[in-house]
Design a protein around this ligand. Structure first.
Ligand SMILES: Nc1ncnc2c1ncn2[C@@H]1O[C@H](COP(=O)(O)OP(=O)(O)OP(=O)(O)O)[C@@H](O)[C@H]1O
Ligand SMILES: [Mg+2]
Length: 299
């Protein structure tokens, strides 16, 4: 089963813990929403951090992504919460941890999320999936459902080793259940550009992606997004208030960096839209209007 057309589905994935996946999923999602894209964040991590970060009270939920994955008779849109203009979340609860074992014997266990997303996608321009820090069945479901993988990471040597493991997994999925899976790029999180070590790691990553340009590798068009997301205490504080950085501290460096990342990603989507047979929604900036307007491609 192929991922859905029309809406961009991006898995935020890195099996290493604490690298900035959830912070990026939430604040990039909020930034995309602010640029006018209807954006859904799917919390696929049993820790439910993205859900909590967006201020959704997991104790009062009627259902979560767990129910959507396990019971296809449930309409997944009934589980989605609106958290701000253009920003929606399909929440997680800690029960999701059981899904890995409960799905283990189900025949289409790797594509339960693809089926869920196919039903949700027509209502959105972008869907971001916050993956858990592992390469288990939940992450496989995210890779099966996604068009693109975005890799949040911190620039240090051990992180580079983790990236090669991650790319092996992407290759395995792209040569089996999801041939059109691509790596969108790397987001540098909690970045400190002033150390020589950091600069060397970033140069290595740039060189790695350059080497693969024009190849058939899923990361042939990947890049290290600039600017990086700087270490910024406001980004660490805002989850405890159930707010994105744009609500908690709109003037903070974290807000500036995630808005710049969203703009860079939308530019990439627009560029690939011009080349692709399955274009993403077009983002049209109308002069004099603060937010870009999203339109469906005409062909
Ligand atoms: N740019 C940043 N500046 C300061 N703190 C940050 C930044 N990005 C993330 N953090 C903090 O670092 C910690 C880990 O970030 P986060 O939860 O986003 O990582 P994760 O990869 O989702 O973790 P896990 O693997 O457990 O899901 C959190 O406390 C978060 O608030
Ligand atoms: Mg997380």
């Amino acid at each position: 089963m192929q991922p859905p057309e029309g809406c961009r589905v991006v898995a935020l994935m890195n099996q290493k813990g604490g690298v900035g996946k959830t912070t990026t999923a939430v604040n990039l999602g909020a930034a995309l929403a602010r640029t006018g894209l209807r954006t859904l964040l799917i919390d696929l991590d049993p820790q439910a951090h993205a859900t909590l970060h967006l201020g959704v009270d997991t104790r009062t939920l009627d259902g979560s992504v767990y129910d959507a994955l396990l019971d296809s008779s449930i309409d997944p849109s009934s589980l989605v919460h609106r958290v701000a203009e253009n920003l929606f979340v399909l929440p997680a609860v800690t029960d999701l941890a059981a899904a890995e074992t409960e799905l283990a014997t189900v025949p289409d266990r790797q594509q339960r999320l693809t089926a869920t997303i196919r039903r949700l996608a027509p209502a959105y321009d972008a869907i971001l999936i916050d993956c858990p820090p592992s390469l288990g069945l939940l992450t496989v479901n995210a890779l099966a459902a996604a068009h693109e993988v975005l890799v949040p990471m911190q620039a240090h040597f051990l992180a580079l080793q983790g990236v090669s493991k991650l790319l092996e997994t992407v290759t395995a999925i792209s040569t089996s259940i999801n041939p059109r899976l691509r790596v969108l790029g790397v987001v540098l999180c909690m970045h400190d550009a002033n150390t020589t070590h950091t600069q060397e790691v970033v140069a290595d990553l740039d060189a790695f992606f350059e080497q693969h340009r024009g190849t058939k590798a899923p990361w042939a068009d990947a890049r290290v997004f600039r600017p990086p997301v700087r270490r910024n205490i406001k980004l660490a504080e805002c989850p405890s208030f159930g707010q994105t950085v744009f609500d908690y501290a709109p003037g903070a460096a974290g807000a500036t960096d995630y808005l710049a990342l969203a703009e860079a990603i939308v530019r990439r989507w627009r560029a690939s839209c011009a080349l692709s047979e399955n274009p993403a929604p077009e983002v049209r900036v109308i002069v004099g209007q603060a937010s870009p307007v999203v339109t469906e491609p005409s062909d």
